[in-house]
Structures are given as structure tokens and as C-alpha cells.
Design a protein around this ligand. Structure first.
Ligand code: ZN
Length: 562
């Protein structure tokens, strides 16, 4: 261990970790590293942001701000004044990250695998980008020469594992598990390598993505209450998630032993929690039944029906590897494919509002704002109230439980320069329901059941059985952290950036929305605030038209386009 006389903060992210999974393992002493950190420090639920999706949640962590300031509302979001969907990356984020702020103050940062850090930003230290990086061919490290060093030192590197496949046989499930484990090992070693190269680091952060990936895919095998639970399958795959937490605990032990001295503050956190996914909700179909949205008459031979045929073929697991390669080469293609399927058949002239994405984001179709807007601006509030009322009435037919835990007008939860780009209505799901904007079952507008239990039919492209929840985890330990802290209010993700700055004795930008979690600190001081200088994102995250065209042709050549 390198001896250090200065306070450092080490953040270990467990993407998607949740106490409902960790507590039984802690009770059986299967996570000794986390157990020791909790024993010597403090633990809490950590409330995610809205929506609790990894790209937004890690941005909330990194910026200490809510979405109206950092300007991201989904993995793909609407391009301005258009129905087109854009696949987002770090170039779309409109607020400074913690490592940007610390770098500007000459603090040294080592950041590995935080989602949405590509394109990479130049920092004081080193960075390896995570989820939403286009692939290994891209420039995914800062400094740039680090990429070759990493690949030489480790032999290979894995940025993320694509789980978007359909039916999975045992072989591919086993392969997925092995590949996720390999990814975690490589990323842990990359983090160690970078800390070794930057022994004077002040802020170190590694995000383990494995729990998120595996909880999406393997939830059904370890949850006897899940509709797809099967005892035999559970015998084979029921321990995959638990085993993952156990090996990550060992990796984290290795990191702590080597790099956390007595002056190091350790934070372990997740960006959101996890729970079962049991139902698909066809929100746009529901809007169509309520007269809020209209589909054109389905015609065979349209692009949408060709795409539908193509996507059914993508569902073939034999094609999974090819598909993963194609999407790695051009992630924007995913959004194009999705867009054509979801919105290619929309009758905009008769559509007041429509849902985008898998969580509950809804845009109104406003005249003068959308290309074919039909809601007169003077009718905006009335139309929005109609949509909100409809969403609040949508219930699980079996349990009568509301699908949405909350339905908000955007200005009720967001504020800032990017508010105008937010969905007009935001439905928050903190239960087992997954919005499917695209109906893979048949013709749009002709299906009766808008809430359907997961089964063997294709309900969405990924056959996931777990999904995000609002309540994640927070553990603090080491230098300056109170033991068994009591939190008067549940800590939120946006509280972490100001808290880390406080731990490092740094002033906090006055436009951060989070609060310093003083109850977590032994030395509770009044925070010092600084005026933040305007942040301008200068990253270039565009894919060239040539890249896009090339990949579309390749896809068509493979027969993916029908
Ligand atoms: Zn996540």
C-alpha cells in the first residue's frame, strides 16, 4: 500500500445493487468486504434520480444536479424539434462532472468504467470510459496512449456486454455469465494499473457494471415469486447474481488492501436498485385506446413491417454474436431500428402525445414545436392533464395496482436550462412494469391487452426479467466517516458530488442541487460554496454519415432489414 498523508476518496460503484439482494448475503457472511465497511462505517438506502436509469443516474452522481441541469432523459432521446431519436453520450451532458471540477482544481482523478464517459474528457489523471462507448475501436481512454498500454498489459479489454438477445439457451447464458465475470476482472485490473501509474491520486472511482447486467437477465432464476421462475432452471442459474456479488467483494477487497490507507475515505454505492420485471406495458397502444394517439392503417410492405420481420430474425440467438458486433460498430443503429419500429406507423396529425423509451417518458405533440404538431399551444395544459389522468388510471388488471407510482409534469421535478428538452410528462415506475413503446406482437393499434405478463412470446427485444428500482445502496467507511450514522432524510444520488467535495475540503459549486451528507461525516462543517463558471461541453460525440450508411448496408446485406 502506498502511504499517503492526504485525504483521498475512493468510490466503488456496484451498478444496480440493492439491499434486498445484499442483506441475505451479508447475513451469511458471504460479502466480508462490504460487511467490514458497514461495521466500521455507515449504510443507507440511496435514492436514485428520475428516471432511475444508469445513464441518468450516474450523471446525477457525477454532477450533483438533477436532469433539468445536466440535460439527459434517456439512453435515446428526442432530437430537438423532431420525432427522431438520438442515442446519447457524454457530449450531450450539460453539466461538469466531479472529475472535471476536481481536475480544474489540480486534484488527481482516476476514473474507470463510469457509464456515459465517452467521448473521454481530458482530466488531471486517467480515465477509461464505460457504457455507451461505441467499442474498442474508438478512443476510450484518457490519455489516448493509455489504450495501447491497457491492451498490451491486460491482453484484452471488455467495455460492456450486450445482453440484447432473445431466447437464450443454456450455452449462451453460461457464456454471458463468464463474459461478465471476465469484464469485471479486466476492469478491476485496469483500475489497479491506473492507480499504480498515478500514485498521487486524490479521487479514484471504479464502477462494476456486472450486477446490473446480471440482474436484468438472471432475476427470474433466483426469485420464486417471478412468473417465469422454474425450479430446474433455478438449480442451474439461481446463484449467478449471488456469485457475482461474491467475486466483486473479492475484487473490492484487493483494491482496498492495495490502495485504501488510513487517510482514505471509501464510498460504495449503486445508481439504482433492482427488482422483478413481470409485465410489459404497451403505453402507446393504451394511448391509442384512449384517443390520445393514432396509428395509420398498417400496410404490408411498409418499412415498419419490414423492420418487424428483421427484428424477429435478430431475436434468433444464433445471430446474437453478429448482432452484438454490428451494434458495437454503430450504436446509433439501435435507436434507428427502434425508431422505425416504434414511430414509423404513427398518424401524427391525430396524435396528442406519445411515449418514448421503456420507463414512462411522454411527449406532447405541440403545434409549432413538433414537425406535425396537433396540440394548439393554448390547449397544452388541457392535453397534458388528459394524458396525466390517463396514465394515473392505468392499472395492473390482476392486482389493480397503478402501473405508475407517480406521474409528474416536468417542471414539478426538474429545473434548469435543459428543462425545455425534458418530456412533458414523466411517469415513474418503481414496480415490476416495463414500458414497451414498440408492440412486437402484431399490428399497432389492434391489440386489446395493454398490460401483459411476461411469458415466452417476444414482448421486447431483450428478454429481461429484472428491472430498476429507485432505492439503491450507500456505504461510507474510513477517514472522516461517522459510524452507524442516522440520516434524517434518505440520501439521494445527487448528494454524493457535494459530499465528496466536502470530504476533500473543496468548495461546492453553488448550482449543485444535492446537499452535503454531513451526518455521514465525523467532522460536520458548514459547506463552503463557490460560484460555478459556466460549463460548455466541447466534446465531439457525432458519428459520421459514412459510418452510419456503411453499417446500414452491412445490416441489409445480412438480411436484418427484412
Ligand atoms: Zn445502472
Amino acid at each position: 500500500m502506498t502511504a499517503s498523508s492526504k485525504t483521498r476518496v475512493l468510490v466503488l460503484g456496484l451498478d444496480g445493487a440493492t439491499w434486498t439482494l445484499l442483506d441475505p448475503l451479508l447475513a451469511q457472511n458471504k460479502l466480508p468486504t462490504l460487511g467490514k465497511l458497514i461495521e466500521n462505517g455507515s449504510r443507507s438506502i440511496l435514492r436514485s434520480c428520475i428516471q432511475p436509469s444508469s445513464e441518468q443516474a450516474w450523471s446525477a452522481f457525477a454532477t450533483g444536479k438533477q436532469n433539468g441541469k445536466f440535460g439527459l432523459y434517456g439512453f435515446y432521446q428526442r432530437a430537438k424539434n423532431s420525432y427522431a431519436l438520438e442515442y446519447i453520450n457524454a457530449s450531450h451532458r450539460r453539466a461538469a462532472t466531479l472529475w472535471r471540477i476536481l481536475s480544474d482544481r489540480q486534484k488527481k482523478c482516476v476514473v474507470v468504467n463510469v457509464p456515459l464517459t465517452w467521448p473521454v474528457e481530458a482530466i488531471n489523471g486517467a480515465l477509461v470510459s464505460g457504457l455507451m462507448t461505441p467499442g474498442l475501436a474508438s478512443q476510450f481512454t484518457y490519455p489516448p496512449e493509455l489504450k495501447d498500454e491497457l491492451l498490451t498489459e491486460l491482453g484484452e479489454y471488455i467495455i460492456d456486454v450486450d445482453i440484447e438477445r432473445g431466447e437464450s439457451g443454456p450455452t449462451s447464458l453460461g457464456e454471458l455469465e463468464a463474459r461478465v465475470m471476465r469484464m469485471s476482472e479486466l476492469q478491476t485490473r485496469a483500475f489497479e494499473l491506473l492507480l499504480d501509474k498515478n500514485p498521487d491520486w486524490d479521487f479514484g472511482m471504479l464502477v462494476h457494471r456486472a450486477p446490473d447486467i446480471l440482474c436484468h437477465k438472471f432475476w427470474r432464476y433466483q426469485d420464486p415469486t417471478h412468473p417465469l421462475y422454474d425450479e430446474n432452471e433455478a438449480g442451474e442459474w439461481g446463484e449467478v447474481i449471488n456469485n457475482c456479488f461474491a467475486y466483486l467483494d473479492e475484487y473490492n477487497a484487493r483494491i482496498l488492501e492495495k490502495y485504501a490507507d488510513e487517510k482514505t475515505t471509501v464510498i460504495v454505492l449503486s445508481d439504482h436498485g433492482f427488482g422483478p420485471l413481470t409485465h410489459a406495458v404497451y403505453l402507446n397502444q393504451y394511448f391509442s385506446q384512449r384517443g390520445i394517439l393514432a396509428y395509420k392503417q398498417q400496410q404490408s410492405g411498409t418499412l415498419a413491417s419490414a423492420m418487424r420481420a428483421g427484428v424477429k430474425r435478430l431475436n434468433n440467438p444464433l445471430l446474437g454474436a453478429v448482432k452484438a458486433k454490428v451494434f458495437e460498430a454503430l450504436p446509433r443503429l439501435k435507436s434507428n431500428l427502434h425508431y422505425s419500429m416504434a414511430y414509423g406507423n404513427m398518424d401524427w396529425a391525430h396524435t396528442k402525445a406519445y411515449a418514448v423509451g421503456t420507463m414512462g417518458n411522454v411527449y406532447l405533440n405541440v403545434r409549432g414545436r413538433e414537425p406535425e404538431g396537433m396540440v394548439d399551444p393554448t390547449e397544452y395544459e388541457a392535453a397534458r392533464s388528459e394524458v396525466i389522468a390517463a396514465m394515473r388510471e392505468l392499472r395492473d388488471p390482476e392486482t389493480a395496482r397503478p402501473i405508475f407510482d407517480f406521474v409528474y409534469r416536468r417542471e414539478e421535478i426538474y429545473n434548469g436550462d435543459a428543462l425545455e428538452e425534458a418530456p412533458d410528462v414523466i411517469g415513474l415506475i418503481d414496480g415490476p412494469y416495463h414500458i414497451a413503446a414498440v408492440d412486437w406482437r402484431g399490428a399497432n393499434g389492434q391489440v386489446k391487452n395493454v398490460v401483459e405478463k411476461v411469458g415466452n412470446q417476444l414482448l421486447f427485444v431483450s428478454d429481461t426479467s429484472g428491472q430498476h428500482r429507485m432505492d439503491g445502496i450507500l456505504i461510507g467507511s474510513g477517514e472522516g466517516v461517522a459510524s452507524h450514522a442516522k440520516f434524517p432524510a434518505t440520501p439521494q444520488l445527487i448528494d454524493l458530488a457535494p459530499t465528496v467535495l466536502q470530504m476533500l475540503g473543496e468548495a461546492i459549486p453553488s448550482d449543485m442541487d444535492g446537499r452535503v451528507l454531513n451526518e455521514l461525516l465525523t467532522d460536520a462543517r458548514a459547506p463552503e460554496y463557490a460560484f460555478e463558471t459556466a460549463f460548455e461541453n466541447k466534446m465531439d460525440g457525432e458519428y459520421s454519415a459514412a459510418e452510419e450508411k456503411e453499417i446500414e448496408e452491412r445490416l441489409a446485406g445480412l438480411g436484418y432489414l427484412g
